[in-house]
Design a binder for this molecule. Structure first.
Ligand SMILES: [Zn+2]
Length: 240
C-alpha cells in the first residue's frame, strides 16, 4: 500500500502545490524560498499510529490519493492526506496558537445563492481563491444537492483532531466541512472503523468539484469523515 515517491517527484509536487514557499528538495531537506529548511524524512519506518501522530514530510505521500475513484470502503488504515507534518504546515500557513495568526485568514461568501454563509479560510497559498472557485461551481448545482452542502459546518477553527494531539486541517484554515445532515464520520459510527461500516451519501459530483480545485476528501479515508474537504494540492498533481 505504500507509495514510494522519489525525491524528484516530491520536490515537483511541493513546488507546484506551494509555489510561493517551496524552492525544492536538496538531499534529505525541503528548501524554502526564505532559505530555511525542514527534513524530508526522519529516517523512521513508522507503523500506522506513529505515521498519524508524528509524520515527516515524506510520510504525507505514503498513500496515493485516489482522485476521481468511486466512493468505496477504503482498505484498512488507508488514509491518504490524513497525516500532516506540523512544521511544514505551520511554515506555510502559520500556527493558530500564536498571536497574529488572524492576519492569515480571510472571509469568503460560501455558496452565494444557496447559502451566502461566511466562512473563514486561509488567504495564503491561494486557498481562498480555490475555495471560491469551488463555491461558484457548487452554487450552480441543482437544488437536489443542497441538503449535502447547506449549512456548511465551518472552515477555520483552531483545534486538534478529536482524540489526538495533531492539528486538524481546520487549524491551518485549509479545510471546510459541508453540511452535517447527510455526513458520516467514523467516530460517530458504532464500533468505529471495522465495527461501524463505511457509509457515504455525499454525491460524487460534489467530490469531483473539490478535487478539481486541489481539495482532498475525507470520504476516501478508512477513518472516514465524509463532510471534510481540505486543500492539499500536493496530493492532486496536475493530470497528464
Ligand atoms: Zn473537517
Amino acid at each position: 500500500m505504500a507509495d514510494s515517491l522519489g525525491n524528484g517527484e516530491i520536490a515537483s509536487r511541493l513546488q507546484s502545490a506551494y509555489p510561493a514557499f517551496v524552492s525544492g528538495v536538496e538531499g534529505n531537506e525541503v528548501v524554502f524560498k526564505d532559505g530555511s529548511r525542514l527534513p524530508l524524512s526522519d529516517g523512521r519506518d513508522k507503523p500506522f499510529d506513529a505515521w498519524l501522530a508524528d509524520p515527516d514530510i515524506r510520510d504525507m505521500f505514503r498513500f496515493k490519493y485516489p482522485r476521481g475513484a468511486p466512493a468505496l470502503p477504503p482498505a484498512r488504515d488507508f488514509d491518504p492526506g490524513r497525516a500532516r507534518n506540523a512544521q511544514f504546515f505551520s511554515k506555510i500557513y502559520g500556527d493558530c496558537r500564536k498571536p497574529g495568526f488572524g492576519s492569515s485568514l480571510t472571509t469568503i461568501t460560501w455558496l452565494p445563492s444557496k447559502a451566502a454563509q461566511h466562512i473563514q479560510i486561509s488567504r495564503l497559498n491561494g486557498v481562498a481563491e480555490h475555495l471560491s472557485a469551488v463555491s461558484r461551481e457548487l452554487d450552480a448545482l441543482p437544488a437536489k444537492f443542497d441538503v449535502f452542502l447547506v449549512p456548511a459546518a465551518g472552515g477555520y477553527v483552531c483545534r486538534p483532531i478529536a482524540g489526538t494531539a495533531q492539528r486538524s486541517g481546520h487549524g491551518y484554515g485549509i479545510a471546510i466541512d459541508v453540511a452535517t445532515r447527510r455526513s458520516h464520520y467514523w467516530r460517530w459510527a458504532s464500533g468505529g472503523p471495522g465495527g461501524g461500516h463505511y457509509r457515504n451519501d455525499i454525491p460524487m459530483e460534489i467530490v469531483d468539484i473539490f478535487e478539481k480545485h486541489g481539495f482532498i476528501w475525507g470520504g476516501r479515508w478508512y477513518h472516514y469523515d465524509t463532510m471534510h474537504f481540505e486543500y492539499r494540492p500536493e496530493l492532486l498533481p496536475p493530470q497528464k
